[in-house]
Design a protein around this ligand. Sequence first.
Ligand SMILES: *Cc1c(COP(=O)(O)O)cnc(C)c1O
Length: 384
Amino acid sequence: MDSQHLNAPTSHLETLAVHAGRDRPGPWGSVAPGLFPSSTFERDRDGHLPGGHIYSRTSNPTRQALEEVLAQIEGGVCAAAFASGSAATHAVFQALAPGAQVLAPDDLYHGTKTQLRELFAPWGLGSRFIDMGSLETVAQAITPATRLLWLETPSNPLLKVCDIEAIAALAKRAGALCVVDSTFATPVLQRPLALGADLVVHSTTKYLGGHSDLLGGAVIAAQPSEFFQRVVNVQQAAGAVPSAFDAWLLLRSIATLPLRVRAQVASAQILAEALAAHPRVHTVHYPGLPSHPGYAVARRQMLQPGGMMSIQVRGGRAAAHAVAAAVQLWTRATSLGGVESLIEHRAAVEGPHSTTPDDLLRLSVGLEHPDDLLADLRQALAQL
Ligand SMILES: *Cc1c(COP(=O)(O)O)cnc(C)c1O
C-alpha cells in the first residue's frame, strides 16, 4: 500500500484514520483533505493527464484518497469505494462467472439475500444459505462449483458469529474465495484479511460514515488479484461510484471511527447486560454476553463485541411494536452505526419472506449517555 503521505509509517489504526490518504501539504497548504467534484480533467497540449485522472467515474482525487484510507485501516493493499454497501456487494457477485455457486450464511443482511435470489439467480449464479456457525455444515456444503464463501459476522440481525480463520482455510482448500461483510464489526474490532479472508466488504453508510448523512460501500483486498481487478472493472465500467462529496464526508468521518466505536461498544455492553436481566426481555443477542453461542469465537477474532444487538421481548409482535412506539430518546429508524441510537422492528422492514422473529427489536447503540439510553428502554418496557 502507498503510505507515502504518512511522515512516520505506522500500523496504529488511530493514526492511519487521521493521516492515511491525506496529501501533506494539501493544495494551498490546506489541512483538511481537498474536495474535487470535477467530473473531468484537462489534458496537456501533448495529451498527457498531469494529475493522472481522466474522468471521475474511472478515478477521482477525493475518491482515491478515500480508497487509500480504506485499504490502510483494514490492513489491505487496495480498495474500491462504491456508491453504497449494496453496490459493493453487487460488484463482488458480478465479478463471478455465471454457473458459479455462492455459499452464504442463513442470517445475513436481507438486501444481500435479495440480490442473490432476485438479481443473480436468474443470471445463473447459484446460492445456498447455511448455518456458518457450524464448520461441519460449511465443509459439507462446499461442492466443486463453489467459488465464493460469503461471510457476515456478526450477522444482521441475529448477531450470529462465524469463525473467519477456519472458514477461510476451508475456502482456500476448495479453491474458493472467502469474502467477509464486516460492516457490524468495523476495522476497529475485526480484521478479516489478517485471518485469511481474500476480500472485506463494508457498508460505509454505517459505522465508517457514522453520522447518518451519507451512503457508501467498500471492497478491500488482501492483495492485488485478477478477481479484485474484475471488481474494480465493475466499479468503473458500471459506474457504481460515490460522489466526491460523499467520499469527502466519509474521509472526514473515518478520522473519528476508532473513538466512536469504542464508546458505542462500552455502552452496548452495559445495555446488553442490563437488558438480559430485564423480566420483559426473554433473549438478548449480543456477542459480548457469555450466553451468546458465538461468544468464544467472538472473543478470539474480535477485539470487542460491537455496538449492535437485538432483543426479543415478551408478548410477541405487538409488544415489540409497543416498545418501539414508547421510546422517547431512541430514534425509530432503519440503518445503524450513527451517533444517534436507533431502534427497529426488523421483521417489518425485511418483509413477508423474513425469517427474523417478530418479537425482535434491533438496537444500534449511539453516542448518547448509556444511563439515558437504558432509562428510556426501561420506561418503554414498563409500559407493556
Ligand atoms: C446496510 C448493510 C448493507 C448494505 O449497505 P447499503 O449501504 O445500505 O447499501 C450490507 N451489509 C450489511 C451488514 C449492512 O448492515
